[in-house]
Design a protein around this ligand. Structure first.
Ligand SMILES: C[S@@+](CC[C@H](N)C(=O)[O-])C[C@H]1O[C@@H](n2cnc3c(N)ncnc32)[C@H](O)[C@@H]1O
Length: 322
């Protein structure tokens, strides 16, 4: 299994050096530097009772502590169960044996996807990029990747919408590193839950609707907007992707849907953990008082328990590099 299990950085944000002459077969154009244990504290800061990453220009507003790690791992498990797979799109074709294969997982989080995929595709080299400590390579996706042009087979971008302000610029960089025929996969949640029957969330689950409105207003102040519905258009407008295919999956929040009870329970737990994790952003921006927030989060729990039919839509897009 070809995974770097050390923690590396390609230097502080914005300090990427231009590649040397492309005179060898390496996929990467700059060296990784292993981060010394003593340096780790400088990458984090405590705010309130939560731990956040402190470096880089990322707008990412969520903590990186145990509750969040569990949320990400739970999300990984729920998506694996719901989709019955770790990926969408022609991944097996793109990663077929016979050549040296290379995958980048953007904003890899706990690295579970990389580890599971590396077990399924043992002949493939996987790089997980993140700005926190738990994964394989520290890299801010707003910076140029260290990989050479046209050397990567597959770039995977799952649940990265809170990490990126300029998605078209990211797509340009993804296109640079992908080989012709290479695959880009994006998977993103809608920014609001909704009702499966099309009725208004505001009337059926008003506290959930209100809390998510506050979240979206706060995210706008960070320059983060919902990208789920825009990824196909961004890919089209780049003029370097073809065979753009999209799907929307309606995932139950709560165990109300027959056959998807476990998925619904996991997503319910994650919505509640997310509501807590995003709270520091809402409090720091004075979007809500702590007392009102506590009431709203309790309200979300009540509504999920008592209003069957709340769903979150999961959007997948895959496209091939021309
Ligand atoms: C919501 S998690 C995504 C988890 C992962 N993709 C998955 O599907 O399990 C977002 C991750 O992106 C990282 N992150 C935030 N901003 C980033 C940036 N600018 N560049 C790279 N990683 C970033 C965070 O540290 C966090 O681990």
């Amino acid at each position: 299994m070809a995974i770097d299990l050390h923690v590396y950085s390609n230097g502080p944000p914005g300090t990427h050096q231009e590649p040397p002459d492309e005179d060898n077969m390496s996929d990467s154009s700059s060296e990784l530097v292993e981060i010394d244990n003593a340096e780790f504290p400088s990458f984090f800061e405590e705010r309130g009772d939560r731990l956040f990453h402190s470096h880089g220009r990322s707008p990412y507003p969520l903590p990186i502590d145990a509750d969040e790690q569990h949320r990400l791992n739970r999300q990984h498990a729920l998506l694996r169960g719901f989709l019955d797979n770790h990926y969408v799109g022609p991944v097996t074709e793109v990663l077929r044996p016979g050549a040296r294969r290379h995958v980048i997982d953007l904003c890899t989080g706990t690295g579970r996807w990389v580890m599971d995929m590396a077990a399924i595709f043992p002949h493939v080299h996987f790089d997980g990029c993140d700005i926190d400590n738990v994964t394989f390579e520290m890299h801010d996706i707003a910076d140029r990747f260290r990989h050479r042009n046209g050397t990567v087979d597959f770039v995977h971008a799952r649940d990265i919408s809170l990490c990126v302000r300029n998605y078209p610029a990211l797509i340009r960089e993804v296109a640079r590193v992908l080989r012709p025929g290479g695959l880009f996969v994006s998977c993103e949640w809608d920014s609001y839950p909704c009702m499966i029957d099309g009725t208004g969330l505001g009337s059926r689950a008003p506290r959930t609707h209100h809390y998510f409105s506050l979240i979206n207003s706060a995210l706008h102040t960070l320059g983060v907007r919902s990208i789920a519905g825009n990824v196909p258009r961004f890919l089209e407008q780049s003029h370097v992707f073809t065979d753009i295919q999209c799907a929307r999956f309606t995932v139950p929040v709560g165990p109300w849907q027959g056959g998807l009870e476990r998925t619904g329970e996991r997503l319910m737990t994650n919505v509640l953990v997310y509501a807590q994790s995003i709270l520091p952003l809402l409090l720091e921006g004075e979007f809500v008082s702590r007392r009102d927030a506590v009431g709203l989060i309790e309200g979300i729990g009540d509504e999920i328990d008592n209003v069957p039919g709340i769903v979150l839509v999961y959007n997948t897009v895959h496209a091939r590099r021309i």
